[in-house]
Design a protein around this ligand. Structure first.
Ligand SMILES: [Zn+2]
Length: 230
């Protein structure tokens, strides 16, 4: 909580006629609201996208890659070097499940600058990032206007596929030796055995990923087999 109490040191300074510099009080805040959060072509695309995307999904514009992905690296210096690669990049649109906000696919609008050498490198990196993290990425050529059918056509397979496989239970017991600590199938971090603390499943044990909450992969034990829920 902010306070004007000068504290003991401030009191002593005052006795000796030393006051805080006015400089601190005039701290600059050179910030203004941008009028171009979305460019005209991005807005045009967003409006079409809003008509194409079914209600069970939502569209998030301009999402930082750091908010979508995490760095699965224990070595501190390597960790920050990998983090820097994604910290100042964003994806133009992210389609998420409206219920869980879990990302379903990213969308990039490629303008003319995408032909530049630095952009090509950046795009290759982003493509590889999405592929490695198993998140779909769809690219559209940036233009002034879009038709419903062209956007729908490109998105259809991904959205349709996601709807069909929204909740799928995959037994992966063959990957686990019950006598060893199992590894998270998503990020390969060790799983840790936890106990449900409340609700109808109170007392039941399950495996959770040690990268929680960035990785929420869990597995439960049933009939001496370990299962994950996708
Ligand atoms: Zn994990």
């Amino acid at each position: 909580m902010a306070t004007d109490n000068p504290g003991c040191l401030g009191f002593l300074f005052r006795i000796f006629g030393i006051t805080k510099s006015d400089k601190n009080k005039e701290e600059k805040f050179p910030y203004k609201l941008r009028d171009d959060f979305l460019s005209p072509s991005e807005l045009s695309f967003f409006n079409i996208l809003s008509q194409v995307i079914p209600n069970q999904f939502i569209i998030c514009p301009k999402v930082s890659l750091q908010d979508i992905f995490f760095v699965n690296e224990k070595d501190k210096s390597s960790y920050y070097s990998y983090l820097n690669k994604i910290s100042r990049k964003h994806v133009d649109f992210l389609i998420c499940s409206a219920k869980t906000l879990q990302p379903v696919c990213g969308i990039e609008l490629d303008d003319r600058s995408h032909g530049r050498e630095d952009r090509v490198k950046r795009d290759e990196f982003v493509n590889q990032l999405f592929k490695t993290a198993k998140l779909s990425l769809i690219r559209f050529t940036n233009k002034k206007s879009y038709t419903l059918s062209e956007v729908e056509e490109k998105l259809h397979s991904i959205i349709f596929h996601h709807e069909a496989t929204d909740i799928k239970e995959t037994p992966i017991e063959e990957q686990f030796n019950m006598n060893q600590t199992p590894l998270c199938p998503k990020c390969q971090a060790p799983f840790v055995l936890r106990t449900v603390k409340s609700g109808s499943n109170k007392g039941k044990q399950f495996y959770g990923c040690t990268n929680f909450p960035r990785c929420r992969e869990i597995a439960y034990i049933n009939d001496d087999q370990i299962h994950t829920i996708k």
